[in-house]
Design a protein. Structure first.
Length: 134
């Protein structure tokens, strides 16, 4: 019987402005919204966005929630994403206003990488190094 590989790790972020995060992730990187759930007051409580075979989840900061009491500070995440064409994605991210933290760089281990910060400070690194292929 064939098996399907499912991701088991899904980065989970918090944003002060979850709607702006959706817009940025779509424009800068090409993420697509899989699901977005609002609370009674219109606050985005939970968002699922995909990029290739990966997914990130996030919601608005709610300090009074159980998770909000234990969550790391907003803007403190660092995520690495494997891509085939870092040059094109770098140009797209810059055109969308991403804050470049590390320009396109050829690493000594063979990867071509760059890193940008989203509007709330999370670090998004993109590169050709694929730990599964190594």
């Amino acid at each position: 019987m064939p098996t399907t590989t499912k991701q088991v790790f899904h980065p989970s972020l918090r944003y002060r402005d979850a709607r702006a995060a959706i817009s940025f992730l779509e424009r800068a990187f090409g993420f697509e919204t899989k699901a977005a759930y609002e609370g009674d007051d219109g606050t985005l409580m939970h968002v699922e966005m995909t990029f290739r075979d990966g997914m990130v989840m996030f919601g608005a900061v709610r300090e009074d929630s159980d998770y909000g009491k234990i969550a790391p500070p907003t803007g403190s995440a660092s995520i690495y994403v494997v891509i085939d064409d870092p040059d094109a994605l770098h140009d797209r991210a810059v055109a969308a206003g991403a804050d470049v933290a590390m320009p396109l760089t050829d690493q000594d281990y063979g990867s071509r990488d760059f890193a940008v910060r989203d509007p709330e400070g999370n670090l998004w690194s993109f590169g050709t190094y694929d730990p599964w292929a190594a």
